[in-house]
Write a protein that binds this ligand. Structure first.
Ligand code: NAD
Length: 263
C-alpha cells in the first residue's frame, strides 16, 4: 500500500476528482477529511471511503472563508492527530464568457474560490506540516493556466494564480520537508466540465467528442486518470519532486493540441 496509515484532507471531495482521489487513497490505506460545501454528496463520499475500510469525516468548509478553513484543519487534527496530505481540489468552472461580459462580481467569485481558496488552505495546513517536518500538498490547477483562453479569462487567470501560489509555497516549505506539487487536468468528464460546455449545449457527449479532437490521445480524461497522478504525487514514489507540475491532459495543450496524430 502506497499510503498506509496516512491522513489526507481533500477539499472539493464531495464529487468529481476529489471524490475519486479520496477513494483511490482509501484503497492505498489512507483516511480522509472530506471538505466541501456540498454536504449531502460529501457524506456520501465519507460512506464510500468507509466501505473501503478506512476512516473519514465530512467537514463543511467554504475555502474562501479563512475561519472555516482554519476550523477544518483543526477538526482534521483533532480527529486523526495528524494530517500528512492535503489535496486542494475545490474549484468552480465558468461557462464560455467573452472579455466584456465578465462581471466584476463573477471575476471576484472565481478568483476567490480557485486562487484565494488554494492559498488559504495551504496557509492553514503549513504550521502543522512544518512542525512535523513532513507533509505533502497537491493543488489541482488546470492546463488552461499554461495557455491563453479568450472565453474564460477569469477562470484561466484564477488557475494561473493558483499555479504561482503553489510554486511560491513549495519554495517556502521545502526547508521543512513539505512538498507542494501541481496537477494540471485537461478536459475531464465531471459535472464541472459540463459547465465549461455552456448552457446552450444540450448534448454534452457531443461536446466531449468535439473536445477529444484536440487531444493527442483522442479521448476525454476520467477522474481515475487524475486520481492516479494524485496517488503518485502523494506517495514516496515522488519523494524528490516539489514545486513541479504534472499535466494530465492526454497530450492536449502542452503538445499543441490538434487532435490525434495520423496513424
Ligand atoms: N473537469 C475538468 O475538465 C477540469 C479541468 C481542469 C481543471 N479542473 C479543476 O479540477 C478541480 C476539480 O474539478 P471537478 O471537475 O472535479 O469539479 P466538480 O464540480 O465535480 O468538483 C468540485 C468540487 O469543489 C467544490 N467547491 C466549489 N466551491 C467550493 C468552495 N467555495 N468551498 C469548498 N468546496 C467548493 C464543489 O462543491 C465540488 O464538490 C477544480 O479545481 C477544477 O477547476 C477541472
Amino acid at each position: 500500500m502506497l499510503l498506509k496509515d496516512r491522513v489526507a484532507i481533500i477539499t472539493g471531495g464531495s464529487r468529481g476528482m476529489g471524490r475519486a482521489i479520496a477513494l483511490r487513497f482509501a484503497g492505498e490505506g489512507c483516511s480522509s477529511v472530506i471538505a466541501d460545501v456540498r454536504d449531502k454528496e460529501g457524506e456520501r463520499t465519507v460512506g464510500e471511503v468507509k466501505k473501503k475500510g478506512k476512516d473519514a469525516i465530512y467537514v463543511h468548509c467554504d475555502v474562501t472563508d479563512s475561519g472555516q478553513v482554519k476550523d477544518m484543519v483543526a477538526r482534521a487534527i483533532d480527529k486523526f492527530g495528524k494530517v500528512d496530505i492535503m489535496v486542494n481540489c475545490a474549484g468552480i468552472g465558468t461557462k464560455p464568457t467573452m472579455l466584456n461580459d465578465i462581471s466584476e462580481e463573477e471575476w471576484d467569485r472565481v478568483v476567490d474560490i480557485n486562487m484565494k481558496g488554494t492559498f488559504l488552505c495551504c496557509q492553514a495546513i503549513a504550521p502543522h506540516m512544518k512542525e512535523n517536518n513532513s507533509g505533502n500538498i497537491i493543488n489541482v490547477v488546470s492546463l488552461v493556466a499554461l495557455d491563453a483562453s479568450p472565453n474564460s479569462i477569469h477562470y484561466a487567470a484564477s488557475k494561473a494564480g493558483a499555479l504561482s501560489v503553489s510554486r511560491c509555497i513549495a519554495t517556502a516549505l521545502a526547508p521543512y520537508n513539505v512538498r507542494v506539487n501541481i496537477i494540471h487536468p485537461g478536459m475531464i468528464r465531471t459535472d464541472m466540465s459540463a459547465v465549461f460546455a455552456g448552457p446552450d449545449v444540450k448534448d454534452v457527449d457531443a461536446f466531449y467528442t468535439q473536445m477529444a479532437k484536440g487531444v493527442r490521445l483522442g479521448r476525454i480524461g476520467t477522474t481515475d486518470d487524475i486520481a492516479s497522478a494524485a496517488l503518485f504525487l502523494a506517495s514516496e514514489e515522488s519523494s524528490y519532486i516539489t514545486g513541479d507540475s504534472i499535466a494530465v491532459g492526454g497530450g492536449g495543450i502542452q503538445m499543441g493540441g490538434g487532435g490525434p496524430p495520423p496513424k
